[in-house]
Structures are given as structure tokens and as C-alpha cells.
Design a protein around this ligand. Structure first.
Ligand code: ADP
Ligand code: MG
Length: 451
């Protein structure tokens, strides 16, 4: 299909508009233009250097695909600035300025990025808001207030925002915690003779930024003077349209002991909460953390699920389990990391093992709920298909998830012989080898086991 450049560009924008959210589209696509099209290359003119970076890092394949779908050609895409078209050499000076600005001490931890933040239903909203803020710092959602329990990724997200903004712009980002802020502030009182100078330094540090990230604001509770100072810092930055990002272990409403005027300001922008990860997200986080480690190829799926099941409210804990597995693997150099290995490596760590001895009943309940049969039927002597397979599955899960012996499990299933249990476990293990659907069933049942 042949079309002129103008139509091509209009159609291209239509496609992109449909595939991006309005914030991204307005930020990155509204003010770019088609500069040139050759046989193999499309040149797009962009207004700022950050467009080059963001478009090529985040949207390249989207752009490439859109042109491909319109023309059937996979073009190389080039982004240029006006001054580059005019062969203006000013860019070098600009770049060296960028370098200079980046020396700014931001306190950011580079390894916390959006890329390695695994997203699921419980944190998707927070992540989306965080990304939106990086695309228009100070313009939307100010302040961004992220809250949720400890270990759910608030600090990670905040650093990711800061890192992303630093990468895309020259803005000055400062990460701090309310403790650090308080220490700096109380330093003013201690600095005796140099009080004024110190106070100026303090102001310079906290008000001369474009993006202020302040972690764990709940620790300002009880520190009235520091709260007042933070109030003024907040106002100064907010009035100047500087982005403020705050985290807390509870919602603004629940920060009861914080000054009312601060609390109300925290709700001016967008409060977003992060919930504890569900089972699926816990598994994906674990896999993501493992994928670049030596143990990646050794670890069996069961082990991931076992760890994911052992804790439902703290990602830090999941990381701790992986660290232990690695340490133990380094010492013992196993051929594979299976349940036996994991049990041994984590026996002191997983203290709250939810599948301990008392839990055969909860496994039975989850299985019978899933198959819509009663627990009595599960334990009965009936051999109809309707109950026989669920029974074998429940025995298998009891063996995998509790420390119980075969005879003990047999007893719990209507006084069956231990050889019946062994047979059931073998059968399910065999089936699992080529039945992916069964794996899904097991996953879902495990998910529903409560104790
Ligand atoms: P919080 O500040 O909410 O207490 P952190 O941001 O310190 O939690 O997270 C604890 C650990 O868990 C960090 O190492 C972080 O990288 C990791 N983590 C939390 N959520 C995720 C996630 N969704 N994907 C990847 N890692 C995560
Ligand atoms: Mg934190």
C-alpha cells in the first residue's frame, strides 16, 4: 500500500494513540514530527533530548511495529533534534552540562528499577502511577503518596522513579528518609555559631531540588519541629511545581498523630496503596530474582511454590529464602534443588511453615472444595472416578506439603494402608510429567489452602 508521508504519519499516530495511555501519548508523541522517509530508514524529529532516550528505550518496537503494519517494511528508526538537522554543534556543550548535572548526589540506589519490579494485581496501580510521575514530574499526581505494609516494594518503587527521572532528564532528584531529614534538621539546632550557615545549607539541600523523594514519613510522628520544617519544605516545593514523592506504612488518614495540615496535603495528589502480593505474584517475583543466579537451572517448580506459600506478606522474606538456598547450594553443590533440598536448606528459616503436621485437614478441604465433593467422600472407601482421583491428589499434596509419613497420611484418609498412599503419590507424579493442566489444578488448590 502506497501512501504519502502525511497520511503515513497520521495513520501512525492513530495506531500509537490506541496503544499508549493518554499521558504517555501527550508527553512523547504529541510534539514529534516525521522528518524523512527513505527505503529503509524513518527519521523523526523530536523536541528534547529526553524524547530520543525515552522513545528509543521504551517505545522503539511499538513505533517499528506501527510502521511495519502500515507499510510492510521494517524501518530503522532515527530520532533527531532540530539542531542536529541544522548541524548545530551545540549538542556537545549540552551533553557536557548533562554530565555535570548528573554528578548531583541523589542517594538513589541504581539497582532498583522499574524493569526488575515485578507487577501483579496488588501493585499494578502503584507502578502505573509511579511511571506516570516519571513522565511528567511535578505536573500530575503531586504529591505521589505510596503506602503499604513493610516489605511490599515502596522503597524499590521510589528509587525506580528517581532513577528513571535521572535517566530521562536533567532534573535534580533527592532521595531521603524522614530519619535523614530529621537528622539534618536537628543539626541546625546543634550547629551553634554557624547556625545560619547550616540552616541555609539545609534549605539549599531540600528546597533546591526538582524531585524530592521522602521515604517512611510515618517516622515524623512525634517530631513536631521537624514536621513543621517539612511542612514548609513541602509548600515551597509544591508551589514551585516540584515533584514530591512520599511513602508511608499507612494511609494519610491513618497517620493520626501527624499534623492535620500535613495529612491533608498528602491527599492533594494521588495516594496509592500496595497490597501484599498474591500467590501468583510471589512466584513470579521469586522467579525473577532467581533467573540470573547460578541456581536458576537447578531449582524445581515445587520449591518456588513452597517458598511462595511459606509467606504471604513480605517480599523481603522471599528474598531471604533465596539467599539461603544459594548459600546452602554453594556449600553442598547439589545436582538439583528439589523439595528435599529446600526443606533442609530452609528448615530454620521457614518457621511459620503453614503446611505443618496439623494441615492435612486443610489440604483435604481445599481439594474437596475444588472438586465439589465432601471431605467424608474423600476419606470414604468409594472408588468412583469422582472421588478416587481427588483422593490421590490430596494424598500427594499431603505428602509434598507436610512432614507426615506415608502411614500417617494413610490414617488421615480413612485408615488406608501406606502402600496406597505411595501408589497415589507415584501416580500423580507420573501424571504431572506430561499434564500441564494438572499442574494448574494443583497450583490453584495450593492457593486455596488455608490454615
Ligand atoms: P518497603 O519499602 O515497602 O518496605 P522494599 O521496597 O524495601 O519494601 O522491598 C523489599 C524488597 O523486596 C526489596 O529488595 C525489593 O527489591 C523487593 N521487592 C518488593 N516488591 C517487589 C516486586 N514487585 N518486584 C521485585 N522485587 C520486589
Ligand atoms: Mg521501605
Amino acid at each position: 500500500m502506497l501512501m504519502n508521508n502525511e497520511t503515513l504519519w497520521d495513520n501512525f499516530l492513530d495506531i500509537i494513540c490506541k496503544k499508549t495511555n493518554p499521558v504517555s501519548f501527550n508527553t512523547w508523541f504529541n510534539n514529534i514530527t516525521l522528518e524523512n522517509v527513505t527505503d529503509s530508514k524513518i527519521t523523526i524529529k523530536v523536541p528534547y533530548a529526553m524524547h530520543k532516550k525515552v522513545l528509543s528505550d521504551n517505545y522503539y518496537s511499538l513505533i517499528e511495529d506501527a510502521f511495519m503494519s502500515l507499510t510492510g517494511i521494517t524501518y530503522d528508526i532515527d530520532f533527531v533534534l532540530e539542531e542536529e538537522i541544522n548541524k548545530d554543534q551545540n549538542t556537545e556543550i549540552l551533553n557536557s552540562n548533562v554530565e555535570k548535572e548528573k554528578k548531583w548526589e541523589s542517594n538513589l540506589i541504581e539497582s532498583y528499577t522499574f524493569d526488575n519490579f515485578v507487577v501483579g494485581d496488588t501493585n499494578r496501580f502503584a507502578k502505573t502511577a509511579a511511571v506516570a510521575v516519571t513522565e511528567q514530574p511535578g505536573k500530575i499526581y503531586n504529591p505521589l503518596f505510596i503506602y503499604g505494609k513493610s516489605g511490599l516494594g515502596k522503597t524499590h518503587l521510589m528509587h525506580a522513579i528517581g532513577n528513571q527521572i535521572m535517566r530521562n532528564t536533567n532534573l535534580k532528584v533527592l532521595y531521603t528518609t524522614s530519619d535523614m531529614f530529621m537528622n539534618d534538621f536537628t543539626g541546625i539546632a546543634k550547629s551553634d555559631g554557624n547556625n545560619l550557615e547550616y540552616a541555609n545549607l539545609f534549605k539549599e539541600k531540600y528546597r533546591n531540588v526538582d524531585v524530592l523523594i521522602i521515604d517512611d514519613i510515618q517516622y515524623l510522628v512525634g517530631a513536631e519541629k521537624t514536621q513543621q520544617e517539612f511542612f514548609h519544605t513541602f509548600n515551597a516545593l509544591h508551589q514551585a511545581n516540584k515533584q514530591i514523592i512520599i511513602s508511608s506504612d499507612r494511609s494519610p488518614d491513618d497517620l493520626k498523630k501527624l499534623e492535620e495540615r500535613l495529612r491533608s496535603r498528602f491527599t492533594w495528589g494521588l495516594p496509592v496503596d500496595i497490597y501484599p502480593p498474591d500467590f501468583d505474584l510471589r512466584c513470579r517475583i521469586l522467579k525473577n530474582k532467581i533467573k540470573n543466579l547460578d541456581i536458576a537451572n537447578l531449582i524445581e517448580e515445587d520449591v518456588i511454590e513452597y517458598i511462595a506459600n511459606s509467606c504471604d506478606n513480605d517480599v523481603r522474606y522471599l528474598e531471604g529464602a533465596i539467599t539461603r538456598l544459594c548459600a546452602y547450594a554453594a556449600m553442598t553443590v547439589p545436582k538439583k534443588i528439589n523439595m528435599e533440598f529446600a526443606n533442609e536448606a530452609l528448615k530454620d528459616y521457614i518457621t511459620k511453615n503453614i503446611y505443618n503436621n496439623g494441615d492435612i485437614p486443610s489440604i483435604q478441604k481445599a481439594v474437596s472444595d475444588y472438586y465439589n465433593i465432601t471431605i467424608e467422600e474423600l476419606k470414604s472407601k468409594k472408588r468412583s472416578n469422582k472421588v478416587a482421583y481427588p483422593r490421590m491428589l490430596a494424598m500427594y499434596l499431603a505428602r509434598m506439603l507436610t512432614d507426615e509419613s506415608f502411614p500417617r497420611i494413610g490414617l488421615e484418609f480413612g485408615g488406608r494402608d501406606h502402600s496406597t498412599v505411595i501408589h497415589a503419590c507415584d501416580k500423580i507424579e507420573q501424571d504431572l510429567k506430561n499434564n500441564d493442566q494438572l499442574k494448574e489444578v494443583i497450583k490453584e488448590i495450593k492457593n486455596n489452602i488455608t490454615c
